[in-house]
Unconditional design. Structure first.
Length: 413
């Protein structure tokens, strides 16, 4: 363990001195997330529809409609209510776009309702969302009025106000699921974090190829350091760098972009699992390459391909069921799904499904990478100049082609 920590500390010092790591892991993803959030701000926010109310009756039923049905929705931000004088003003408000829909209550509306006679609540609006909301509210109120009429018929001599106090025989409780979806700012920040995470952790395991090229791997193998310790140190280097970069990036998004990630415990477990999965995938890709350049190219291709398939740039729900099923093969999709599951007031503290899926990615890819790491840990053999014996050491002048005195004396003997 001491040898593993020493090698990891050495690699981390080298990466900290390299400013490109900070640029790739922090500056670029945060800048892109901030730019995208500013450009697309407000697209995902649906404004509350404005509903106009023209009360030409002034009776108790219309008062109940306004105070018990419309005002609570206005206080909760579902609608915006605008009183108007008559039908002409209501129609003009809808035509000018000042209201999405309008209610027109005819004279004698309350008397007809309390007297059990049919009447009509008029709605002015097109086929847009505002008219749909207005129609749904009106139908709900009409059902309430029907309930009151039935109650008055059962309780002889009752009044309209008294009928509203009679308890309902059946109540409906809405247990609909809370909408768990990241906002645009949160989605872009999370997408950029997991996308550039793969570029951040790739420097850990693939640095074995760098050390083999530079000749330092032979020194590590000659030292009393187990090969397993070298491989674990490289994995830990990428893991530590990935966790630090992701934590800083998501904290900056929360402070500067207003992102809300959910319970810290669940987010922390998800980040750790995501970094482990990214480290394992990049390590497995590095074992396929023969040189550091090949490893970097292959890892970049895999990172971009997984980012596209995982819904970093375009939400997978907009690309069809086949694409959504294919995206489940990427850690990106599970990471973003986990953050969405943790989003909302009544969200759980931990997202077990996405977290376990990421840990499964990490276990499989890391295990395969460790099985294949033996080829990477072989130091590169130096090749002798063409036409010369590989067992003889040569030192000569490149200008004249003559050998040194020690070499010539040995040949004269």
């Amino acid at each position: 363990m001491r040898a593993t920590l020493l090698v990891m500390a050495k690699d981390l010092r080298q990466r900290v001195r390299d400013r490109s790591l900070f640029l790739l892991a922090l500056v670029v993803p945060f800048a892109l997330a901030a730019v995208f959030s500013l450009v697309f701000r407000g697209i995902d926010a649906q404004p509350a529809p404005t509903l106009a109310l023209a009360d030409r009756d002034g009776g108790p039923v219309v008062t109940a409609f306004a105070e018990q049905a419309l005002r609570p929705l206005e206080r909760n931000g579902v609608i915006r209510l605008r009183p108007v004088a008559d039908e002409r003003e209501a129609r003009a408000a809808v035509e000018r776009g000042e209201a999405d829909a309008a209610y027109v209550v005819p004279p004698g509306f309350s008397d007809a309702v309390t007297g059990g006679r049919p009447t009509t609540l008029q709605i002015i609006g097109d086929s847009g969302q505002g008219a749909y909301v207005a129609r749904a509210i009106a139908e709900s109120f009409a059902a309430e009025v029907r309930y009151v009429q039935v109650t008055l018929a059962v309780v002889n001599g009752g009044t309209f106000e008294g009928a509203t106090l009679v308890p309902r025989p059946v109540t409906v409780e809405d247990l609909g699921a809370e909408r768990r979806q990241l906002s645009l700012a949160e989605g872009f920040a999370a997408g950029m974090a997991v996308f550039f995470l793969f570029f951040t952790v790739q420097f850990g395991f693939s640095s074995i190829l760098d050390e083999r090229r530079d000749g330092t791997l032979a020194r590590l193998l000659a030292a009393p350091v187990p090969r397993t310790a070298i491989a674990l140190a490289k994995l830990l280097t990428g893991f530590v760098a990935g966790v630090a970069a992701t934590a800083v990036l998501m904290s900056a998004a929360a402070l500067l972009l207003g992102a809300r990630w959910g319970h810290p415990l669940g987010v922390g477990l998800l980040v750790v699992a995501g970094v482990l999965a990214a480290t394992g995938v990049m390590a497995l890709v590095a074992t396929v390459a023969r040189t550091a350049e090949q490893a970097g190219n292959l890892q970049s291709v895999v990172a971009v391909l997984f980012g596209v398939l995982g819904g970093v740039f375009v939400p997978v729900q907009q690309l069809g069921d086949a694409f959504a099923a294919l995206s489940l093969l990427t850690p990106h999709r599970w990471f973003l799904q986990g953050l969405a599951d943790l989003h909302g007031e009544h969200a759980p503290a931990v997202a077990p499904g996405p977290t376990l899926a990421l840990l499964a990615f990490a276990a499989v890819t890391t295990g395969l990478a460790l099985l294949r790491v033996g080829r990477m840990l072989r130091p590169r053999r130096s090749r002798a100049p063409p036409g010369r014996s590989p067992g003889r050491t040569w030192s000569g002048s490149s200008a004249t082609g003559r050998t040194s005195s020690s070499s010539s004396s040995s040949r004269s003997c």
